[in-house]
Design a protein around this ligand. Structure first.
Ligand SMILES: NC(=O)C1=CN([C@@H]2O[C@H](COP(=O)(O)OP(=O)(O)OC[C@H]3O[C@@H](n4cnc5c(N)ncnc54)[C@H](O)[C@@H]3O)[C@@H](O)[C@H]2O)C=CC1
Ligand SMILES: O=C([O-])CC(=O)C(=O)O
Length: 312
């Protein structure tokens, strides 16, 4: 008999949603409700049952159900939105805005009416603008609407640095600021290997190449997969953020947060270092930036603002 735990609803049972549901259950962070459109109800139930049948083998007690009925999501502690279309080779994330902003509006209304006290974590792209759209539609306070990009972008950066130095990924830390697009801003000055600044270990030219690969990391996977986008590392990133919220960990994690004056920006959702805990975004950390870093962040913020205009 499955033990009752906290409840997480994952909206969208595609590649990222299903993988996230499984990772959350495997870590026993919560019982999981996996939601998709009515047309997809049976396959969604099938995915959930298949995952649940892994539980005796892997020894986790979280329950997982698949549904298209939002009543099943009632009283969720956390809702993760992965619903929408993903890009294919040749597309940018911004090409998804028209379709996905409509989906954000409808799913947000359903989420809010069944879980008015929940926290919402958004993955759907273009994620900065989609998080803004969910914030506006939900009427929730800003700390309870969060977007995921920086944990993933930083994970890619950390992977490439660990490969370059032939060191454990566990010892590599990094920071990526800005929108989840090709002009995101990986901050070398705040990135370390075992506490040693990366600038002391890797040449500036090589670091620049790794930064460039990080910026285009999503596109690299899209090109390799051929008919969709990344899902294992995105799901792992959502799971880390979900854990920080559900366990009130107060982790220092990059997240897409609503800015009201921080870093000099107003009324925008953008990736910044935050403290994530039981209240969602508990604080935003303001780092000192060089003129060049600030100029790069301004460029990234401008790109996000342009996409946000479509959803306003
Ligand atoms: N922010 C980030 O770092 C990342 C964002 N993404 C984005 O996440 C989104 C999902 O990606 P995948 O899971 O790979 O796509 P997918 O196509 O595998 O799954 C999307 C699912 O959403 C469902 N869906 C569509 N409309 C819905 C609605 N109104 N209600 C409930 N479900 C609905 C579809 O039926 C489908 O099952 C895409 O927009 C993708 O670009 C993906 C990876 C990383
Ligand atoms: O590239 C995409 O479209 C999906 C995504 O956001 C990522 O993997 O970073």
């Amino acid at each position: 008999m499955a033990i009752s735990r906290r409840k997480v609803s994952v909206i969208g049972a595609g590649f990222t949603g299903a993988t996230t549901a499984l990772m959350i259950a495997q870590k026993e962070l919560a019982d999981v409700v996996l939601v998709d459109i009515p047309d997809q109800e049976k396959p969604t139930q099938g995915k959930a049952l298949d995952m649940l049948e892994a539980s005796p083998v892997q020894g986790f007690d979280s329950n997982i159900v698949g549904t298209s009925n939002y009543e099943d999501t009632a009283g969720s502690d956390l809702v993760i939105i992965t619903a929408g279309i993903a890009r294919k080779p040749g597309m940018s994330r911004d090409d998804l805005v028209a379709t996905n902003s409509k989906i954000m509006k409808s799913v947000t209304q359903q989420i809010v009416s069944h879980s008015p006290e929940t926290t919402i974590l958004v993955l759907t792209n273009p994620v900065d603008a989609m998080t803004y759209s969910v914030y506006k539609e939900s009427g929730f306070p800003k700390h309870r609407v969060i977007g995921q990009s920086g944990v993933l972008d930083t994970a890619r950066f950390r992977t490439f640095i660990a490969q370059e130095l032939n060191l454990s990924v566990k010892d590599i830390t990094g920071f990526v600021l800005g929108g989840h697009g090709d002009d995101m801003v990986p901050l070398i000055r705040y990135s370390y290997a075992g506490g040693i600044p990366l600038e002391k270990l890797i040449s500036p030219e090589r670091l620049e190449e790794i930064v460039e690969r990080t910026r285009k990391g999503g596109g690299e996977i899209v090109g390799l997969l051929g008919n969709g986008s990344a899902y294992y590392a995105p799901a792992a990133s959502l799971t880390e953020m979900a854990e920080a919220i559900l366990k009130d960990q107060r982790r220092v994690l990059p997240a897409i947060a609503y800015l009201q004056g921080e870093y000099g920006y107003e009324d925008i959702y953008l990736g910044v270092p935050t403290i994530i805990g039981g209240n969602g975004i508990e604080d935003i950390i303001e780092l000192d930036l060089t003129e060049e870093e600030k100029a790069q962040l301004d460029k990234s913020a401008d790109s996000v603002k342009n996409v946000m205009k479509v959803v306003e």
